[in-house]
Structure formats: structure tokens, C-alpha cells
Design a binder for this molecule. Structure first.
Ligand code: GLC
Length: 479
């Protein structure tokens, strides 16, 4: 079986969010069962030498969009630790010129052009490489054009005649919406695709809707999210369309790469540990508190938050109760970057409270030390398709405090249930969050329960093992 993955970001080459982690780890878990090729844009930030990229000979290709021809080239590297080929599509005008995976302040039409160009070039290159995929697995709106191209432009192309489309929703909030004229740029036939059964949504082009209508399977990144997106509350205006396709919608929870996230071997930690040497976790707590200028006190829990700073992540709840948090007998360390208003909130809290400190920006090594050094991990998300940070936190023995939505509901077992590995609250409300924090602080004093919960968290299996099997079954059922 041949599988082609197409995605805007792939770890470790390019990373902005969870999509990247999934693309860097799910294929790895399927390496023995399938022949895999991953296609992704050659972003300017990709470290060419570090990852050993090479340009493929004679790879130059011109594709005409609208009325202007665009030049592409193709580069290759192995996904680290595997024999899987990752292909990087180079186009200087759209991708290589940016250091960020998702540059800010781009003209939205240009955003559409970028991913249309990438998606079409991916299909053209796959053909040139004679990679006749049984399955094309595209992800989020950036590559949502692919199923449309396959079913419209390549409808009579023998090469793709047996190919099935799987479309994965990592986040329904970004659907890729633009005016109808973008179809001219994409060289797509309006009479085929621009209607209710294609990509037309309230008079605009909506790429995600097109992918939902045209794909053979739709995957949501957790079973609970697969249910939630059928409702008005979480459906982002797409619930009606999705309800018409429940027969092909599945929810499969994401895993994380247990080789990459491992407190026993992680070189960024001060002291390594596992379930049998959990005492060593404390040295990391001391270190991280020191880094952030807070005093170590074994009686005070350390609560961490590592996140993209966007509305989805529920940071408004922190804003709501910041007055209360700064008087708790606990310390807080926040790390992340994103919307300016949240960045400013974090800086303000850092400067003006005795117990809250923040690092605005992203540093992987610091993040790992925070996972290792913290006792609890806060994730008050407004919605959360799957969430990977809570899985990483559990692996490091930091107990998640989460709003029970999306994948957080599926992966965290809330205190005081049997085998609980975290704390849950339900209402989207700062005081509900504070209550959950107070419960966690109460459990922190009871070392017997705390250790039992840490053990449940650290021994739970959130690797790709089980989920990869579900993907494989789904792919097989299609061909
Ligand atoms: C997106 C979602 C997140 C999910 C990730 C990987 O970033 O917001 O919940 O875990 O994709 O699927």
C-alpha cells in the first residue's frame, strides 16, 4: 500500500503546531506496513544542512496558475530515524522567502495562492516520481484542495484513477475561505466544484467543505471531537455539511512519539527519571524555578502552561481570574507566543505578580524542562481537537488540569475516578478552572494520591501503537 501525506508542516523540519508532530510521527508508526511519501513546502526556516536535504536532479518544473507560470523545484530528505522520504516543494515566491511556517500579515488571497500552488505541485511531482498512491492523506485547509483536484481536474487521469482520499481535520476553525475567482487561479472548473456538493459555502469558496464533500474518509483527531463538530457549538458553520457525511467520519486519537518525548533520555533535563526514579523530577523543578526567578519550596506546587497563545487555548479564563491566581499558594510558569493581547497579558503578569512568570516565545529545550519540572499542566481550552501537550505532560509525570473538551475529554481521566491521571472542569469559566486548580493543590498535599496519579499518567500508553492500527484498518478498508 502506498500512502502520500501532504501537510503544511512536518516535524522536525518545520513546526508551528500539533499538525507538525502528527506528520512527523504517524508515518513513522506505519513505516513497516506501507510505502510512504510525505510532501511539504520548503519553508525558509527549514535547516537545509542540519537535516541533510538534497535537491533532486532535473526537478525544475513550471506550472501555470491563472495566467502566470510558476517555477518549482523538489528536494528530499529522510524523516529522521526512518527510511521514509520527505519531499520538499520549493517555490521562492510562495514559501522559501519566509522564515515562519505561517507568516503573519499575509494578504489572504496570497495565502490561498500559496497552498493551491503547493497542493497542485505535490500532485504533479508525485506523478513525475511515479508515486501512484493508493491513499492520499491531506490535512487541514492548506491541502484541502487535493481531493478536489483529484476528483475534478484529474477525473479522467488514469494515473490517479485508483487513488482514495483521506482528509484529516486537525482544526475546523480554519477552513480556507475566499472569493469564487480563486478558482480561476487554481485552474479548477467552476461548473464541477462550485456548488453545494463541492466547495461552495454561502457564496464563497471553502476548501475544507470541498475536501469534506470529495474525500472517501474524514478523520477527526479524537473520537470526542468527531462528535462535537456535528453540533452547532463546535461545528464552525460546517456541522450541517458534516452531519451529511457521518458515514465516512471517524475519530482517531493522536499519539505522541515516545522516543522523542521521554524523561528517561531527554538531554535537556537536569536529571533524567522514569516511573521508578520519580524523585529525580524534583531537581528539574528546582532548576526551572531558578531559571524563572522563583523560590523553590517543596510544599508549593508548580503549575505550567505551554501553548500557542490564541483564543482556542482558553487564555481568557486566566485573564478572568488572574487576581485570584496571584494569591494562591502555588507558582505558575507560562510559555508560548501568539496573539499580542495574550503575550502582553503574560508579560504583565510576569512583571506584577509574586508567583506567575512567563517566557514569551518558543524554545523546545525550555519547554521540555518545564514539562519535567512542573507538578501540574494547565490546559483550559475553549475547544481542543486532540491536544498533544497534555499527553507530553503526562509522559513527564505532570498532571494535566484541563477543560473537558475534544481530545482532552478522551485522554484525561479526571480525579477522583479510578486510575485518574488529571483534573477536569466543564464550564468555560475562570472560576470553574480555579476550582480545578484548588483540587489539584489539595491532592498535591496528599503524596500517596499524588504519586498514584503520577503513576497512572506515566504508565498510560499514548504512543502511536493503538492509533496507528486504527489508521491502517481505515486505509485498508478503502482499497
Ligand atoms: C491542532 C489542534 C490540536 C491537535 C493538533 C494535532 O493543532 O489544535 O488539538 O492536537 O492539531 O492534530
Amino acid at each position: 500500500m502506498k500512502i502520500l501525506y501532504a501537510a503544511a508542516e512536518v516535524s522536525p523540519f518545520s513546526k508551528a503546531g500539533g499538525l507538525s508532530d502528527v506528520m512527523g510521527s504517524l508515518p513513522k508508526a506505519l513505516e513497516k506496513d506501507a510505502e510512504i511519501a510525505i510532501f511539504t513546502p520548503l519553508h525558509g526556516c527549514i535547516d537545509y544542512n542540519r537535516w541533510g536535504l538534497k535537491e533532486l536532479e532535473n526537478s525544475e518544473m513550471w506550472i501555470t496558475f491563472g495566467s502566470s507560470p510558476q517555477k518549482f523545484k523538489l528536494h528530499i530528505a529522510k524523516l529522521p530515524g526512518t527510511d521514509i522520504n520527505v519531499f520538499f516543494v520549493q517555490n521562492d515566491w510562495y514559501f522559501s522567502c519566509f522564515q515562519e511556517v505561517y507568516p503573519r500579515w499575509l494578504d489572504p488571497r496570497y495565502e490561498h495562492e500559496r497552498y493551491i500552488a503547493f497542493s497542485l505541485a505535490t500532485l504533479e511531482y508525485a506523478k513525475q516520481l511515479n508515486f501512484r498512491a493508493d491513499i492520499i492523506h491531506s490535512n487541514d485547509w492548506h491541502t484541502a484542495m487535493i481531493p478536489l483536484y483529484i476528483k475534478a481536474n484529474y477525473k479522467f487521469d488514469e494515473f490517479w484513477s485508483k487513488t482514495k482520499n483521506v482528509f484529516e481535520i486537525h482544526n475546523l476553525a480554519y477552513q480556507g475561505v475566499w472569493f469564487e475567482d480563486i478558482l480561476d487561479f487554481a485552474n479548477m472548473r467552476k461548473d464541477i466544484v462550485f456548488n453545494e456538493w463541492g466547495c461552495e459555502h454561502y457564496g464563497r469558496v471553502n476548501w475544507m467543505k470541498g475536501a469534506i464533500n470529495y474525500s472517501d474518509r474524514i478523520v477527526a483527531v479524537s473520537p470526542n471531537y468527531a462528535r462535537e463538530i456535528l453540533t452547532g457549538e463546535y461545528g464552525e458553520g460546517m456541522d450541517y455539511t458534516l452531519r451529511g457525511h457521518t458515514d465516512k467520519l471517524v475519530g482517531i486519537v493522536n499519539g505522541i512519539d515516545y522516543d522523542v518525548f521521554n524523561p528517561k533520555t531527554d538531554k535537556t533535563l537536569v536529571k533524567n527519571y522514569d516511573i521508578n526514579s520519580i524523585k529525580n523530577k524534583e531537581a528539574n523543578k528546582k532548576k526551572i524555578l531558578e531559571e524563572f526567578g522563583l523560590k523553590y519550596n517543596p510544599d508549593r506546587p508548580l503549575i505550567a502552561l505551554i501553548s500557542r497563545l490564541v483564543e482556542q487555548k482558553g487564555l481568557d479564563l486566566i485573564r478572568q481570574v488572574e487576581g485570584d491566581l496571584q494569591h494562591l499558594d502555588a507558582d505558575f510558569i507560562f510559555l508560548g507566543s501568539g496573539d499580542k493581547s495574550y503575550e502582553n497579558l503574560f508579560i504583565w503578569l510576569s512583571n506584577n505578580t509574586p508567583n506567575i512568570r512567563a517566557y514569551v516565545g518558543y524554545r523546545g529545550d525550555l519547554a521540555n524542562l518545564i514539562y519535567a519540572g512542573s507538578d501540574f499542566f494547565l490546559m483550559p481550552s475553549k475547544f481542543e481537537p486532540c491536544g498533544l501537550s497534555q499527553l507530553i505532560a503526562m509522559r513527564f509525570g505532570s498532571l494535566p488540569i484541563v477543560r473537558a473538551t475534544g481530545g482532552l475529554e478522551d485522554t484525561v481521566t479526571g480525579y477522583p475516578l479510578d486510575n485518574s491521571n488529571g483534573f477536569k472542569f466543564w464550564g468555560y469559566d475562570g472560576w470553574a478552572m480555579k476550582d480545578a486548580i484548588l483540587t489539584a493543590m489539595y491532592v498535591y498535599k496528599d503524596k500517596y494520591t499524588l504519586n498514584a496519579m503520577r503513576k497512572s499518567a506515566m504508565t498510560a500508553d499514548f504512543s502511536w501503537k493503538e492509533s496507528a492500527k486504527k489508521y491502517l484498518e481505515m486505509y485498508r478498508s478503502l482499497i
